[in-house]
Write a protein that binds this ligand. Sequence first.
Ligand code: AMP
Length: 176
Amino acid sequence: MNKELLLKNLRNVPDFPVKGIQFKDVSTLFKNPECLRMAVDELYEMYKDKGITKVVGIESRGFVVGAALAYKLGAGFVMCRKPGKLPAETRSRSFMKEYGEDSIEIHTDAIDKEDVVLLHDDLLATGGSMKAVMDLVNEFCPQKIYINFIIELRIEGLIGREQFPKEVEITRLLEI
Ligand code: AMP
């Protein structure tokens, strides 16, 4: 994988959505055909032998690579969405983000006990949103949960990885 190419195509937007946040904009990475393919192919190589049956993507940037990866793995794709977006019965969790509070929902019939699940999002900051999704998915008692991000932010004061139990395998393509 060409990390430099991915980094070169990642846009940094200062003070978005609030002052002081350096927003890592993956839209510039997704719009580049080579970067999009490279990200999906690299993740496929990382997870192809793990027996993944469902990829769970977090709205909305987690849908892009998550769905492409699910297709390539021969797995199903599950959407974790913002409140009020999913039409059927849901489970919900609230969490704190790098900038404000939010909550996330999943359909109550999204995961089965037999599933091996890969949770995917574009970026790990405080880990609050992914931890909420992991807790939600854990309620379904799947066989195993893996976690992946495209980017792991390493900024002083962010506790990202520490939110998760040591036994949960967490991977990322880029660390910045
Ligand atoms: P967190 O729950 O704090 O780990 O935040 C991760 C979620 O918020 C991901 O869905 C990201 O898309 C978004 N996010 C948080 N901070 C940033 C940032 N600095 N740049 C881009 N996205 C961010």
